[in-house]
Ligand binder design. Sequence first.
Ligand code: FE
Ligand code: FE
Ligand code: MG
Length: 150
Amino acid sequence: VKATINMLNKALADEYLAANQYLAPIGLAVGKLRPEVEAEFQKHYEEELKHAEMLKTRIIQLGGIPLMSPEEWYTHTNCGYTKPTDYNTKVLVSQNLESERKAEDVYDAICKACKEAGDLITFHIARKIWEDEQEHEQDLEDFLNDMEII
Ligand code: FE
Ligand code: FE
Ligand code: MG
């Protein structure tokens, strides 16, 4: 259970940072499909927060304490944080795409570990989030494809 709590807390750090990586550049973006990209970033921001909420709830159910401070998010994250410095939509979308792919690997690993440990409740939570991350990845790939064409 301790190992599961630890894994979930690392994923929680990822979700808080991912949420901010989507939120931070909204209002600053420039370039192709700007309104569409910003609207999707807003949606993904809210979805990453929902993931954080799901993880936080499960950590508490397992008797753990969710990470509470940005300092801890930085020391525990798997996926890291890419500070947006170039506000071109192509760059912003690419950076978030990179983070989504890392997140998918994280949830893949969590699902495998939970299955082995026989923790089916956490397994289902991680699989649901994993599915969402795959959708996020697809949305961002679609943007990059559309940008090449337009
Ligand atoms: Fe997420
Ligand atoms: Fe995501
Ligand atoms: Mg989406």
